[in-house]
Design a protein around this ligand. Structure first.
Ligand code: ZN
Length: 157
């Protein structure tokens, strides 16, 4: 009888899990929100972003606080391993604005927003399972020439 009860209990848990529906229903999921902005002077407002070790998802919102259009002063937010900054920036330059200055499906890109112009915002959400705690990461803008100034340190854990 004990055995049968535990089977029923397991079934009950499974039903509750299914009923929970969306991903956010799982208590273990912790979405950590970050904000950064870029301006018409080709600058981000932050030089470093930190994500705590217990975050399971990161939701990054980029705001373009300037007025210039994306074609003239576009900004995106792209997360890569620090060792990949030059590779991703050069490939992005060649890819053009139509591709948000990123090579489509570039395996070096961990997360990225689209390119935006003045007054616009863009958000990207990604799981921290893509990151290693204590890893060496950099975020950058891949609009041609911007990454020399528009980059910062990204820390996880
Ligand atoms: Zn930029």
């Amino acid at each position: 009888m004990i055995r049968r009860h535990s089977v029923l209990a397991a079934l009950a848990i499974a039903v509750v899990s299914l009923a929970g529906g969306t991903h956010a229903a799982f208590a273990a999921d912790k979405v950590c929100k970050l904000e950064i902005s870029g301006n018409d002077a080709m600058q981000y407002d932050k030089k470093e972003l930190d994500v705590a070790a217990d975050c399971t998802q990161v939701e990054l919102t980029l705001t373009h606080a300037g007025k210039l259009p994306a074609a003239a002063m576009g900004h995106n937010w792209v997360l890569v391993k620090t060792a990949d900054v030059t590779t991703v920036a050069n490939a992005g330059m060649a890819a053009g604005l139509a591709n948000n200055y990123l090579t489509p499906n570039d395996p070096h890109v961990i997360a990225a927003t689209k390119v935006i112009g003045g007054g616009q915002t863009a958000t990207v959400t990604f799981p921290t399972s893509k990151l290693t705690k204590g890893g060496d990461y950099t975020y950058l803008c891949t609009f041609p020439g911007h990454y020399v100034i528009m980059k910062g340190i990204f820390k996880f854990g």
